[in-house]
Design a protein around this ligand. Structure first.
Ligand SMILES: Cc1cc2nc3c(=O)[nH]c(=O)nc-3n(C[C@H](O)[C@H](O)[C@H](O)COP(=O)(O)O)c2cc1C
Length: 147
């Protein structure tokens, strides 16, 4: 089976997004992704989504097409896509990390490392920077779960 990793970012807006919508998205996606053998992480920071999806080629491609056409976001930009020998985000079929609601300590750490605009951490524009943010979010989730 050929494994791939896909990373994209997109824009959303406070007008359409609510905590309830996000919770629904997480629940539905977790179920879907588990069935599709897809793992990954979805960051929300300021009004930007950044998501990494890992799994079988066909499943990731089909899911990405469904994600792109979702009206909850726009300007979906593919940052990286390629075959990988192993997963880096194997811990969750879907996990949302809301960087707008961080507690004090991690917030300060993220603000030191990434651009901060009026208190909101900015998702880097480049693929490497985005990957670094995804790894930091992963580390935060693992630390929170006591791993
Ligand atoms: C930012 C964002 C990330 C999403 N991530 C996933 C995901 O990881 N898995 C998933 O099944 N749906 C995800 N969705 C929802 C899909 O766009 C789609 O609504 C869902 O897969 C159900 O598709 P269906 O109604 O065609 O069955 C995401 C939507 C958005 C806006």
């Amino acid at each position: 089976m050929s494994l791939c990793r896909l990373v994209y970012k997109s824009k959303t807006s406070w007008d359409i997004l609510s905590n309830q919508l996000l919770a629904q998205l997480a629940e539905r996606s977790e179920e879907n992704n588990r069935m599709l053998d897809i793992t990954g992480l979805l960051i929300l920071s300021d009004e930007t989504f950044l998501q990494v999806l890992e799994g079988p080629d066909d499943a990731v491609n089909e899911l990405y097409a469904r994600i792109v056409s979702n009206p909850l976001h726009r300007e979906v930009t593919l940052l990286s896509y390629g075959q990988v020998p192993a997963r880096n985000f194997e811990d969750w079929s879907m996990r949302i990390v809301d960087l707008n609601n961080l507690t004090m300590n991690p917030r300060e750490l993220f603000r030191k490392k990434y651009e901060d605009r009026e208190g909101y951490i900015q998702v880097p524009h480049d693929a490497l920077g985005a990957m670094s943010l995804l790894f930091d979010a992963r580390a935060l989730c693992l630390a929170e779960s006591g791993a």
